[in-house]
Design a protein around this ligand. Structure first.
Ligand code: UD1
Length: 315
C-alpha cells in the first residue's frame, strides 16, 4: 500500500482520483482549502482519508501534510481562462506561487514523485495540429502561462534537487462534480445544466471552435499511471482522447442524448480563447501505457445523468 497526497483532493478531478486510489487500496491524504473544491465531493469517504484543510499559498502550514508521503498528485489550482484574464494576480499566486510551495514541501519530505496537473492551454494558438509535446508553447491567457510556469518549475526541481516530477497536460476535462454553480466552470457543465433547466446555452463565437473533451475517468487513469510509470519522470505528457469536437457538434450531441431540440444562442467570442485543441496522445500511450477508456459521447451520457440527479436533489 502506497501513501498518496492529493492537493485539490476535494475538487472536481481530485475527488475522482481519491475515489480511485481508495478503490485500489491505497492510503490517501487530501489537502484542500475548499475555495473551489467542495467537502461534499469527499463526504462519502471522509472516514477513509486524512483531510488537511490548508492553502498551498502558505508553505509552512502545508509541510506536515507531506510527511511520510510516497506520491504527490498536485491538482490544487485556480482554474478558468476568463477568471485569469479578470484577475491575473490571484491565478498567479495560487498556480505559480502555490505550486512552488508544493514542490518545496515535496522535495523536503523526500517524496518519490510528484505529478502536476498542467494544461493543454499551454499550446495556445500554435498552428500545428494535433498538439505534440515538442511544439513551442504559446500561452494566450494568464491561466495558460501559470500552468506552463508550473511545468518549468517541475522540471527545474527535477534538475536541481532530484525530485521526480511529471507534468500532465490535461485537455478539457469534464464529468460529474465539475462545479455547475460557478461561472468559471467548464463549458460542458454550463451547457448540460442549462439544457436540463430548459435554458438556452450561449456559445461564445461561431461555435466552430473545437476541443479534445476528455472524460474525467481518463484523466484519473493517466494520472495514477504517471505516478509509477518508470519512463515518465521529467516528462511533459498530453492527456486527452485524441478526438476533436466543436461546440456546435456538442450542442447537437447533447440534444440527442437528452431528447431535446434546443438551438444555442451565439454571443461575442471570449477573450484569451483558444480556437482549436486536439491532443496527440502517442507519448502517453508509450510512456504511461495510457488508453482513454471513455470516448466523448459515453462521457457526455454519464455526465448528463449525474447533473440530472444533482439538479433533482436541488444542488
Ligand atoms: C482551458 C484549457 C483546459 C483547462 C481549462 C481550465 C484550452 C484548449 N483548454 O479550457 O485544458 O483545463 O482551461 O479552466 O485552453 N464557452 C461557451 N459558452 C460558455 C462557456 C464557454 O461558448 O458558456 C466556450 C469558450 O469560449 C471556449 C469553450 O467553450 O471556446 C471551452 O471553454 P472552457 O470550458 O472554459 O474551457 P477552455 O478555456 O477551453
Amino acid at each position: 500500500m502506497a501513501h498518496y497526497l492529493v492537493t485539490g483532493g476535494s475538487g472536481f478531478i481530485g475527488s475522482h482520483a481519491v475515489d480511485e486510489l481508495l478503490r485500489r487500496g491505497e492510503r490517501v491524504r487530501v489537502l484542500d482549502n475548499l475555495s473551489t473544491g467542495r467537502k461534499q465531493n469527499v463526504a462519502h469517504i471522509l472516514d477513509r482519508i486524512e483531510f488537511f484543510e490548508m492553502d498551498i499559498r502558505d508553505l509552512e502550514s502545508i509541510r506536515p501534510a507531506f510527511t511520510g508521503v510516497d506520491y504527490v498528485i498536485h491538482l490544487a489550482a485556480l482554474p478558468s481562462v476568463p477568471r485569469s484574464v479578470e484577475d491575473p494576480v490571484t491565478t498567479n499566486d495560487i498556480n505559480i506561487g502555490g505550486t512552488l510551495n508544493v514542490l518545496i514541501a515535496a522535495r523536503d519530505a523526500k517524496v518519490k514523485r510528484l505529478v502536476f496537473s498542467a494544461s493543454s492551454s499551454a499550446y495556445g494558438d500554435n498552428p500545428e495540429f494535433p498538439r505534440v509535446e515538442t511544439q513551442a508553447p504559446r500561452p494566450l491567457s494568464p491561466y495558460a502561462l501559470t500552468k506552463l510556469a508550473g511545468e518549468y518549475y517541475c522540471q527545474l526541481f527535477a534538475m536541481l534537487y532530484g525530485l521526480e516530477t511529471v507534468s500532465l497536460r490535461y485537455f478539457n476535462i469534464f464529468g460529474p462534480r465539475q462545479n455547475h454553480n460557478s461561472p468559471y466552470t467548464g463549458v460542458l457543465s454550463i451547457f448540460i445544466t442549462a439544457l436540463l433547466r430548459n435554458q438556452v446555452p450561449v456559445i461564445f463565437g461561431d461555435g466552430e471552435q473545437s476541443r479534445d473533451f476528455t472524460y474525467v475517468a481518463n484523466a484519473v487513469e493517466a494520472t495514477l499511471l504517471a505516478c509509477v510509470a518508470p519512463g515518465a519522470a521529467g516528462q511533459v505528457i498530453n492527456v486527452g482522447v485524441g478526438e476533436q469536437f466543436t461546440l456546435n457538434q456538442t450542442v447537437a450531441m447533447l440534444n440527442r442524448i437528452m431528447g431535446l431540440n434546443v438551438k444555442a444562442r451565439y454571443g461575442p467570442p471570449r477573450e484569451g480563447d483558444v480556437r482549436d485543441s486536439l491532443a496527440d496522445i502517442s507519448l502517453a500511450r508509450r510512456l504511461l501505457e495510457y488508453k482513454p477508456g471513455f470516448r466523448y459521447e459515453e462521457g457526455l451520457r454519464r455526465t448528463v445523468e449525474w447533473y440530472r440527479e444533482e439538479l433533482a436533489a436541488g444542488r
